[in-house]
Design a protein around this ligand. Structure first.
Ligand code: SOE
Length: 404
């Protein structure tokens, strides 16, 4: 608990839905398990729907509720702004928060466009001069098996990386009657499966290998182009009849984002890579798959069995060779020591707690938490290259600023 040597940092969170709840449990639990050098205080949650914001506040122990996010920036008892809103609001909120001297944690993808992401990086760099920190929430980096995979690659256990095979597979849109939500509107979400889940898988590939994507050849598809509007009030009027929207009448509206994206890529160290991002992989709920093959070995991960990393040592005698199923629950594995004895597995929410401890530690120690906004911008450039390539039927498109 808070002692004179562990300062308290007030948190103001904007957004209260799926991500807001995932972040809330992390802020609430982090000091119960980790000896972080700072203790978060859940000061207020902001959201336009006061009743919904209050429900999240009551369930997770936030002290207050605001209906206007800018109020959080005016408060002296708030040090960290946690952005859990749709992508169209990230840039405005993050830049204003950084200018107000607040540390910022921003959900992924960093922004809806490269221009917005660049503005956020400029604001982050200016704020950094004043000791203000910022971080983008690519949470899956903090799944212990993923963090362990990165350690193995950094130790040279795979040798030179030859292949990366990544996929992020969900199926929650395969039903054409599934309603139109903000995630299916380009002006709110920026892109579809590409930015929502594709951003994660390319970030993980880069995180694990320590290499960057230099270019892409990509195709995207929207399989269902019109969907029923369940709650017109929750959407902008983009493409939806204004009268129908204001009446709340049953209607349909256009899906303006991709449902799926596939890409071929090359990494800065020369490896060949393929990625798939989709919400139409019938039967796959949250399968985040990453396989890396190197000259000396291989790694394979699937989030649907997230406590396991499959490791192949290519230097072992061939009669013994085969993938080893490593249960990543030992105290010697990243983040695990703070939790349970070996074999007592972790879940989806733990990554958010790891994210919170890493951010609190960086703020308290005056270092830069990763992934930085610059890391987020680099992923944004990949997303933009994917869209540009797909518009030209998959033509090879370099990623701007890539390290080659
Ligand atoms: C929705 O598809 C989503 O919630 C993503 O936005 C998250 O980043 C991922 O963790 C789970 O799926």
């Amino acid at each position: 608990m808070s002692t004179p040597s562990t300062p308290t940092l007030g948190v103001g969170m904007i957004g209260y839905a799926f991500m807001g709840r995932a972040h809330s449990q992390a802020w609430r639990n982090v000091r119960s398990y980790f000896d972080a050098p700072a203790t978060p205080r859940l000061v207020a949650v902001a959201g336009r729907n006061e009743a919904a914001a209050r429900d999240t506040a009551d369930r997770f122990g936030w002290a207050g509720v605001e209906t206007e996010w800018r109020r959080l920036l005016e408060r002296d008892d708030i040090d960290i702004i946690d952005i859990c809103t749709p992508g169209d609001t990230h840039a405005e909120i993050a830049v204003a928060a950084l200018e107000a001297g607040k540390h910022v944690l921003c959900e992924k993808p960093l922004a809806n466009s490269v221009d917005e992401a660049e503005a956020m990086v400029r604001a982050a760099e200016a704020a950094r001069e004043r000791g203000v920190r910022s971080m983008v929430g690519f949470t899956y980096r903090r799944v212990p098996a993923i963090a362990y995979a990165r350690q193995l690659v950094a130790e040279g256990r795979l040798g030179r990386i030859l292949h990366v095979r990544g996929a992020y597979l969900q199926d929650w849109l395969v039903d054409p009657e599934s309603p139109l939500t903000w995630r299916l509107q380009k002006e709110r979400a920026g892109s579809g499966a590409l930015g929502d889940v594709g951003a994660h898988i390319v970030d993980l590939a880069q995180f694990v290998t320590g290499e960057t994507l230099t270019g892409v050849s990509a195709l995207t598809e929207t399989f269902v182009r019109e969907r029923p509007v369940a709650d017109p009030a929750s959407l902008g009027t983009g493409g939806i009849s204004a009268t129908a929207a204001s009446n709340g009448a049953a209607t349909t509206g256009p899906v303006t984002v991709d449902d799926a994206a596939v890409l071929v890529s090359r990494l800065s160290g020369g490896a060949l890579a393929t990625f798939e991002a989709t919400r139409f992989a019938n039967g796959r709920k949250n399968a985040i798959r990453l396989e890396v093959n190197g000259t000396d070995g291989s790694l394979a991960f699937d989030f649907e069995d997230m406590n396991v990393l499959h490791v192949f040592d290519g230097r072992a005698a061939s009669r013994d060779a085969g993938f080893t199923r490593v249960l990543v629950t030992e105290a010697s594995h990243p983040y695990v020591a703070a939790w349970w004895p070996p074999g007592h597995v972790l879940g989806y929410e733990h990554g958010f707690t790891h994210q919170a401890v890493d951010l609190l530690t960086a703020i308290a120690e005056g270092t830069d938490p990763r992934p930085t906004f610059s890391d987020g911008l680099q992923v944004q450039r990949i997303l933009s290259a994917v869209e540009a390539s797909a518009e030209r039927s998959g033509s090879w498109t370099p990623v701007d600023g890539a390290r080659v």
